[in-house]
Design a protein around this ligand. Sequence first.
Ligand SMILES: *Cc1c(COP(=O)(O)O)cnc(C)c1O
Length: 389
Amino acid sequence: MIAKQPDSKKQGFATRAIHAGQEPEPATGAVNVPIYASSTYVQEEIGKHKGYEYSRVSNPTRDRLETNLAALEGGVASKVFASGMAAINAVASMLKAGDHIVAGHNLYGGTPRLFNQVLVNFGLTFTYVDTSDLSKVENAFQKNTRLVFVETPTNPLMELCDLRAISELSHRHRAEVVVDNTFMSPYFQRPIELGADLVVHSTTKFLNGHSDGLGGVVVCTKPEQAEKLAFLQKAAGAILSPFECWLILRGVKTLAVRMLQHDCNGRRVADYLSKHKKVRKVFYPGLPDHPQHELAKRQMSGFGSMIAFETGSLANANKMLRKVRVCSLAESLGGVETLISHPATMTHAALGEAGRRKIGITDGLVRISVGIEDVDDILADLDQALAAT
Ligand SMILES: *Cc1c(COP(=O)(O)O)cnc(C)c1O
C-alpha cells in the first residue's frame, strides 16, 4: 500500500520520526497519514480483500503508527493499545498462571496496582526489588521467573538501573526484560540497543507530547512477540483508535526538537532548585551529585525534564502548589506545558503510606515535568511559589 519504503535504519532519529510509516498516502498524495475511520473493509469475494477485514484486527492508521514507533525504538515491530496500562496488561497477558515477574520497587503507581490488585488473581506472582542493586535483582529470580519489569529513571525518585547489566543477568536466568521507557522517550534512551526484549511506553506522555490523548505501545524484538500481541489486540480488544493513532503520528514529528528543549529547560530548573534554600533535595540524574550520574551519562543521551524535589512537608508542598500559575497542578507528564504534581496524593496514592515510606516517597515531595515554555517564565513562577513555603 505504501509506495516507497526508504531504509529507515540508515536515517537519523528526527528523520525517522517524521518519515517512518509517515509516507504520503498513495491514492491522493496527502502528506499526512489519513485517519481511516472505518470499522470494516469491503471484500471482492469470499476471502479476497486488501489486507484489512475489521478494525479491531488491523487499521491502516494504526499500522502506520506501529511502523513508526518500532523504527524509533529500533525494534522489529510494535503494537499499540488504548493506554499505557493496556499495553502493560497486554505484556502480562503473554504469560500464564504460575509465571513469576521480578519488578522494580519504584514504578509508575498504576503498574503495581495492576499487578497486585488484578493480575495476582490470575495466578501471576511478583517480587519487587530495588533494581539499581544488581545483587537484589539476582536474588529475586525463581525457576518460574519469566519477566523482569523495570523503569529507569523511576517515577518519581529518578533512580536508574543499568539496563545492559540487567539484560545480561536476566538472559542468564532465561527471563526477558521489559523496560517502561516513558520518562526518557526513545530520543534519549533506547533500551533495545542495551539488550532489552520489550519496551513499553505510555504514549500519553512525551511521544504524543501535547496532553491531548491516551495511548500505549509495546515494541518487540522478535516476530513471535509481535504475533502474540497482535493476537491479544484481536482477542482482548484494547486497541488504540485511528484518531488517537493519528494524534501520536502528528506528535512524534516534533519529538526530537521537543525533547531537546525539555532537556534544556529541565537542566535549568534542576540547577535552580538545587541552589534554592527552601528546597532540601533535588532528584535529577543530570545533577553531578545524583548517585548514578555516571550511569545516566553512559546510558542516556540526555537527562530529560522529569525532576522531583523535597519541600519538607505536606503543608509546604500544598502552599507552593496552590501558588503556581505558569506550571499547572495536574497528574501526567511529558506535555509541552509544565505540569507539577504531588506523588503522595496523586500518582502514588495507591501504594498507601507504608508502601510509599518503604521506597522513600515523602509527603513533601513534589514532581515537575518541565515543559517547553520560556524557561525564565517557569523559573519565575517557581520562585514566587516557593516563596510561599
Ligand atoms: C502514565 C504512565 C503509565 C500509564 O500510562 P497511561 O497511558 O496513563 O495508561 C505507565 N508508565 C509510566 C512510566 C507512566 O508515566
